[in-house]
Design a protein around this ligand. Structure first.
Ligand SMILES: C[S@@+](CC[C@H](N)C(=O)[O-])C[C@H]1O[C@@H](n2cnc3c(N)ncnc32)[C@H](O)[C@@H]1O
Length: 443
């Protein structure tokens, strides 16, 4: 009991005033920010070394770029680029790094919780009102909470004697959420919501990774309490507040954030100097599943229909929902060969939709590449971090297929180099190393 109590006192109002005074000069911000993680030594697109970086620590997003990757892309131009685009925003690494570099970012993200995470990182705050709103949220007690229909597995008594949150923990989460919703300032509301989102899985009975969710060992005897939610919320806010104070004066403060499906939104954007993106890989990983706890508990999803509608808007990189996987004929000989091979092994696949999903994925990616090409200024480049996948022993050579499609679309150059290796997912049944590459397209 003593330790949590001490931390609560440390996060008092006086403590926040101390942080207020630690502001830094803008000229040293970028170097300072990057060196906080030692990220320069890490593999180019992995976020592993950057997870403790200011802002990146707000929410653990394993699939994020390392900021150094964006810096390297920007530095590859003779003249400093002024604008950049990321159509798969995720946790906002490219947009935030662009602000540090003095480049105006445009980003698109389909997942509304992640879009809020991006907005929270890029926004400028009034520190005084933010502090006041935080204390209002944490101190107010709400009598009655509106009842909401969560999936049956979420809250005690759950299903088959298993639940993700105990009733008392869920009550405290909903109380904080309710208090946040009564705040006037939209920017403060968004940040506090994101902070609350970061506390959910760590205070639940499950762990979530690329393979889905599973219950923690001994979760029944070591269930989290409402106090722990409050404590982690306070700590997370404290970190975020410190980051905002320290790095608020970035050389570029403006940004453009579009919420929704980049296949559609790309059609209506202004042109940019470069694009940098890490699209979902064709490996059946569904981001809607991975961030499902945040989406439901924070009220972004209110029904199974809403869940399905969100999945429909995501790139066709997974088979979690049945949808139209019919495909156009794409001009890539590597894709045609791969499709033929995987189709012949359909009976060995864990989902019979996989061969068509792979084609549909590249139909979507072709649309994305076409949209990027239309919005790149002359001399502009697109940098794509992409990964290969494997099904029934057949490797999907994403890098080569995307290069073939890009040249067919009229990009002037298409080159690539390896980034790092990653393990084949358990669903692919193997331990082989799959290639992750940087594809560079020139207009
Ligand atoms: C690999 S993550 C991007 C990570 C990002 N580079 C970062 O540093 O955080 C891919 C993102 O694409 C998003 N996404 C999937 N389909 C999308 C679509 N159709 N439009 C926009 N975003 C989409 C997912 O929600 C996910 O956040």
């Amino acid at each position: 009991m003593a330790a949590p109590l001490r931390s609560l006192i440390a996060n008092s109002k006086a403590d926040f005033c101390k942080i207020d005074r630690q502001q830094n000069a803008p000229s040293v911000l970028m170097k300072d920010w990057l060196s906080a993680s030692g990220s320069g030594s890490g593999p180019i697109s992995s976020n592993q070394p950057a997870i403790q970086l200011p802002f990146q620590r707000w929410f653990k997003f394993k699939e994020a770029f390392s900021p150094q990757f964006i810096v390297d892309c920007a530095k590859s131009f003779k003249r400093k680029p002024r604008t950049c685009l990321d159509p798969f925003g995720g946790s906002g690494t490219s947009a935030l790094t662009a602000q540090f570099l003095g480049i105006k970012p445009t980003t698109i993200e389909v997942n509304p919780f992640l879009a809020d995470l991006i907005e929270a990182k890029l926004t400028t705050y009034d520190l005084e009102s933010l502090k006041q709103d935080f204390f209002q949220v944490i101190e107010r007690r709400t009598e009655a909470l509106a009842s909401e229909a969560f999936p049956a597995t979420f809250i005690e008594p759950g299903v088959n004697d298993r639940w993700i949150f105990s009733r008392s923990t869920a009550k405290r989460i909903l109380e904080i959420r309710n208090n946040i919703s009564s705040i006037d300032s939209k920017t403060n509301r968004t940040l506090l919501n994101v902070i609350l989102g970061s506390t959910l899985v760590p205070n639940s009975n499950i762990v979530v990774n690329g393979k889905g969710r599973r219950y923690r060992r001994n979760w029944k005897t070591q269930e989290k309490t409402p106090n722990q939610i409050e404590l982690t919320f306070r700590r997370a806010f404290h970190n975020a507040f410190a980051d905002i104070c320290h790095y608020g004066e970035r050389p570029e403060k403006s940004f453009e954030l579009h919420r929704g499906d980049s296949r559609q939104i790309l059609k209506s954007l202004d042109s940019v100097d470069f694009a940098v993106l890490s699209p979902p890989y064709p490996n059946s990983f569904d981001y809607t599943d991975i961030y499902n706890v945040e989406l439901w508990m924070l009220g972004y999803l209110k029904s199974q229909d809403g869940n399905r509608a969100l999945r429909e808007e995501t790139l066709r990189s997974h088979v979690q929902i049945k949808r139209d996987f019919s495909n156009d004929t794409l001009n890539s000989k590597t894709l045609k060969k791969t499709y033929r091979k995987i189709k012949a092994l359909r009976s060995e696949l864990w989902s019979s939709y996989i061969p068509e999903m792979i084609c549909a994925y590249f139909v979507d990616m072709r649309e994305i590449l076409d949209g990027i090409k239309a919005h790149l200024n002359k001399g502009g480049k697109a940098f794509l971090a992409v990964g290969n996948s494997q099904y029934a022993g057949v490797e999907v050579d994403t890098e080569t297929i995307l290069k073939e499609l890009s040249l067919d679309l009229g990009f002037r150059t298409a080159s690539s180099k390896p980034i790092r290796s990653m393990r084949a997912s358990a669903q692919q049944g193997g331990r082989e190393q799959l290639t992750e590459s940087l594809v560079i397209l020139g207009k």
